[in-house]
Design a protein around this ligand. Sequence first.
Ligand code: ADP
Ligand code: MG
Length: 151
Amino acid sequence: MTQYELKTMSPEETSQFAKRLADHLQPGDIIALEGDLGAGKTTFTKGLAKGLDIKRTVNSPTFTIIKEYKGRLPLYHMDVYRVADSLEDLGFDEYFEGNGVTVVEWAHLIKEQLPSDLLTIYLYHKEGEQRKIILNPIGPRYEQLCKEIFQ
Ligand code: ADP
Ligand code: MG
């Protein structure tokens, strides 16, 4: 299992990396974002949205759980922090099987409801504005995606 790692030195750099990744995304792609509060999950998602040509401002969907944006591909932005202990069926499947790209902040909290193949991205807060970013592709689609980005 190959992991990919990089370091960013500013929010702009994290956003720029996400934008670059967005260029390689396809309908149905799923990205799980993990990291503590303030690690940069939403910052990453904002950059990814730019890369998908989404004009609207992307904000943390903490209180709405799921927000949908129109772009080159639709973006389904989820923050499941607050649904952690709820077994409520929020219809996630419809998004995972949809024509857009799904980004899930705090994805491990709905682990049982996630597809097995996805790209997990871990963000770690280092000193100041430094972040360590680790990409963990599961399944052939995401292994290919990482190869394209890091080639
Ligand atoms: P999360 O969604 O993980 O809680 P946010 O993206 O909302 O995190 O917040 C990250 C905060 O850290 C923002 O205020 C952002 O400007 C700041 N930040 C500083 N350095 C970085 C970096 N290298 N990458 C991403 N965010 C950074
Ligand atoms: Mg967030």
